[in-house]
Design a protein around this ligand. Structure first.
Ligand code: ADQ
Length: 473
């Protein structure tokens, strides 16, 4: 089996068994790499005075890693700049927060070049190369310009925006053209894949033939490949002491009240202000629920160097304070707002103790919290997932209570419906969703992508192809 080189902006393995505060990409990629013979290359998260390209090799949590340090200017312009202040808001439909600056674009190009330069000596002719996410879109082109003929794929963890939004980026053509040097590009949903096709067919002289875009003599296969959970591993937490303790602690402190839980990185794409507003409306419209429920919102800060993230933190503290001031009684606080991370086992217990899981991003590539909430439920008495129609996960988890996160009323109704849902309906919905996340787990995701990358048939297409062949035969 050829070796896999996975590349992402940050390399974050679980060194202390706590697994807290890593984003969805890191959690999923570590799980996928543990089951393959691979190496994970990327930024260490550390800064250095002057970039040297020195690689630090390690092995942690069953994963081999190779990391480099970046200069402060790289971190400012590439990571905090182009990645997090330009691409992230733009790709999450937040043109109002998108900052365009030539320094950012310059830093992005420089760091992608540095990644390619440093990685090049590690690449063997048979290696499969899998690049991850919006930080590294042009990396494949940098590698091709160094004459690497390896199969190179790219997976986008976040949404792909509609063409009219993308075109507000000054270098949009150059950026997207660079991606057509990949053999495979994977998207979380068909909606994002279609938006990519709409853009390339309008902007370039290229042909779209089935799932293949032909440009400049090369075929790039466009794949829909929704990321999954390491479901078996996550469900294994049911036996852990930390999960049981967290579940009991939350249940005891709830004193018979229903818990509504939200777990998100503190990010404007997660729709937290809108969620708090919907909860406020719920308590206003349903006074009978006061003292009977509470919202536990766990939201560890992320990207604290970016001003829009500092702002959302302040806004949420003010909002939760105002809702608590308005509704609280001497022994009931309507919102418990927690700003730190929890281990995965603890999260399992917290999800399991909650009657409702509230996952209401304004826009999200997938959202693994939605899948974690489903995985953690007791099938005999499961809670209800309330899910935004704008999360990629909604394309798979159709049995959730689907809500529009831009409508406070729709969300408040959705929560009320979830709280009142009878046991049989909860069980039925949960059974279908659990089956989906068990079948389409993170191993399925990486297998499906790797099959496309090695040029093999899509595993889900295989039965159909065999049937067609035998009919012909
Ligand atoms: P993220 O935006 O980071 O990922 P998500 O998929 O929800 O979003 O993953 C968050 C991860 O962080 C989950 O595994 C969750 O358990 C963990 N987490 C959140 N809060 C935590 C806390 N307080 N303590 C500990 N862990 C916490 C990006 C895209 C998503 C896409 C993923 C994977 O934005 O849309 O699903 O990549 O492709």
């Amino acid at each position: 089996m050829p070796r896999l080189i996975a590349i992402s902006n940050r390399v974050q393995v679980d060194t202390d068994g706590e697994n807290a505060n890593r984003g969805g990409l890191a959690v999923a990629l570590a799980a996928a790499l543990r089951t393959s013979n691979g190496i994970w290359f990327g930024w260490s998260g550390e800064q250095t005075e002057e970039f040297t390209g020195q690689i630090t090799f390690r092995r942690a949590d069953g994963v081999a890693t190779a990391t480099i340090d970046l200069e402060a200017q790289d971190v400012d312009e590439y990571y905090n700049g182009f990645a997090n202040r330009t691409l992230w808001p733009l790709f999450h439909y937040r043109l109002d927060l998108t900052e365009i600056a030539r320094d950012f674009a310059g830093g992005y190009a420089r760091v992608n070049w540095r990644f390619a330069e440093t990685l090049a000596p590690l690449i063997e002719p048979d290696d499969l190369i899998w690049v991850h996410d919006y930080h590294l879109m042009p990396l494949g082109q940098h590698l091709r310009s160094r004459d690497f003929a390896n199969r190179i794929g790219f997976f986008l963890h976040i949404p792909w925006p509609p063409p009219s939004l993308l075109m507000s980026l000054p270098n949009h053509q150059e950026l997207v053209k660079s991606m057509l040097d990949y053999d495979v590009i994977g998207f979380q949903t068909d909606e994002w894949r279609q938006a990519f096709i709409d853009y390339v067919t309008a902007q370039f002289d290229c042909e779209c033939d089935g799932d293949c875009v032909r440009f400049d003599g090369r075929c790039t296969r466009l794949l829909v490949c929704p990321i999954g959970l390491d479901t078996a591993d996550f469900c294994g937490a049911v036996h852990s002491l930390a999960a049981k303790q967290a579940q009991t602690r939350l249940a005891v402190s709830a004193v018979g009240r229903d818990v509504i839980v939200g777990v998100d990185r503190l990010d404007y794409s997660k729709g937290l202000q809108e969620r708090f507003a919907a909860y406020e409306l719920l308590l206003t419209d349903h006074p009978e629920l006061c003292e009977k429920v509470f919202l536990l919102q766990i939201a560890p800060p992320s990207r604290g160097d970016v001003p829009s993230y500092q702002q959302i933190r302040t806004e949420l503290s003010t909002l939760s304070g105002s809702i608590n001031g308005q509704f609280a009684s001497i022994d009931w606080v309507p919102i418990r707002y927690v700003n730190h991370g929890h281990s995965r086992d603890e999260l399992f217990g917290i999800y399991r103790a909650a009657r409702v899981g509230l996952v209401t991003p304004l826009r999200d590539g997938m959202n693994l919290v939605a899948k974690e909430y489903v995985a953690a439920q007791d099938p005999a008495d499961p809670g209800v997932l309330v899910l935004s129609c704008f999360a990629g996960a909604a394309a798979q988890l159709e049995q959730a209570v689907i809500v529009n996160p831009h409508s406070t009323e729709d969300m408040a109704d959705g929560i009320a419906r979830a709280l009142a849902m009878p046991l049989a309906e909860r069980q039925e919905r949960h059974r279908a969703m659990l089956e989906c996340i068990t079948q389409h787990d993170v191993q399925w995701w990486s297998r499906k992508f790797m099959e496309a990358l090695t040029g093999g048939p899509d595993s889900e297409e295989l039965p159909r192809l065999l049937k067609t062949a035998s009919n012909k035969g």
